[in-house]
Design a protein around this ligand. Structure first.
Ligand SMILES: [Zn+2]
Length: 113
């Protein structure tokens, strides 16, 4: 199991398995956030029961909620507004560095989508 948290520790989540790869996306928001996205089904990501509140940013077609810790500001994950959508992204930069170091990074071209 891999545990991840924001800087202050208010938002914490765990996944059973490391992602096979993470996405360094060049779209307008990801390049600014500096996130490395790991994709999971929502049921595969367990947020700690006592996880603190997040603020949400939405833009464009407003299909995705980008969550950041309300206390320290770290971008933690995105989730689809439509919960039937079977995919979400977690920011792999919140995972332990030694875990992240072993995961290949691909450069998703979200900018031209
Ligand atoms: Zn925090």
């Amino acid at each position: 199991m891999i545990e991840a948290s924001c800087h202050c520790g208010a938002v914490r989540f765990a996944v059973e398995t490391a992602p096979g790869e993470v996405n360094d996306c060049n779209c307008s928001i990801c390049r600014r956030y500096g996130t490395l996205w790991a994709y999971y089904q929502p049921r595969q990501v367990r947020f700690a029961a006592e996880s603190g509140p997040t603020d949400i940013y939405m833009w464009g077609d407003r299909m995705l909620e980008f969550h950041r810790c309300r206390a320290c500001g770290c971008v933690t994950h995105w989730s689809p507004v439509d919960r039937a959508h079977g995919r979400m992204g977690v920011n792999a930069r919140l995972m332990p560095p030694e875990v992240l170091a072993a995961i290949p990074v691909f450069h998703g071209d979200g900018a031209s989508m």
